[in-house]
Design a protein around this ligand. Sequence first.
Ligand code: SF4
Length: 341
Amino acid sequence: MMMKMVDEKRLSDYKKNKLFLSLFKGLKNVYGTYSTKSGKHWQIKGMVIEKIIYNHLIGKQPYGFYPLINDKTSVGIADFDDHNPLPAIAFIKRAAHYGLNAYLEKSKSKGYHVWLFFSEEGVSARKLRIVMKYILDEIELPNTEIFPKQDSINQNNSYGNFINAPLFGKLVPEGKTVFIHADNSLKPYPDQWEFIETIVRNSEDILDSIIDNNITDVIKKNRNTLPKNTTINSSQYGLPLCIKNILCQGVSFDQRVACFRIAVNLKRVGLPEEFSVEVLNNWRVKNKPINNKRIITQREIKNQVGWAYKKNYNGIGCEEPIINSFCNSKCKLRQKNNNMR
Ligand code: SF4
């Protein structure tokens, strides 16, 4: 079947415009575009009005949006800059394994975009990035670019980075910027509007459970080789959310402090010292130290764990900047402390 073109009648349909903006939601006062001749990208400071979307959909001027709104986002995109569609398909399959719906778009150039959609109110960009990086690690493509590129907007990064929206009218007839089947056929959906109406938004709960479970897996993996009489409390009263996230994501500074505090917490949930060393040796390679610092060594890990286990340390470490930077509003301890204030 011939792919239906995006026609003017449909573009004038208010509902379609609304649907487009609700799915490809970004900052309202800035957007991006590129030259179809030179490929050069640039930013435009101005309101995202209906005309901008109209011009995008009819192929006059491409529209790119900035998906990061404070620390939330409604979309996550993995950008596979490769002729080979298999890595993008592998990502979609792995996401489906965790219950995440992900969709494949043929990008404007050689590669593919994988899109994950969430509620219009948005979800934590940080959590989404953790999960997307985790899946990329699992499919052994950790360097794939993801959007949003930051966890939140701050002074150094006032807008984040924009991503080109799908359905740029000029390229749609060429089978580019369209959603396609994530199978061997790679066929574009014949009616792109009909397709995007069926898109299922994911929930933030899935991100929480992926983050929780993969950390618990670290402990479970070790549990199989633990001494018979060891009991591990890895329930909600076990590892705090900050420690779980640090274990999952790695850190970029204060590696030794983080290592020590993780070890103290692993001791608190009952993991014997030698297994904590193993968990932390797995963790160390996730660290991405800034300022050209090197990754913590195995010897340093052994020392930190040794101190954590030999002395009578029990504190979670909430006051340490590296631990605090992973603090989570859902933590029972934090809620309890807030209530006491
Ligand atoms: S209050 Fe924050 S830093 Fe302290 S244990 Fe909970 S999540 Fe971690």
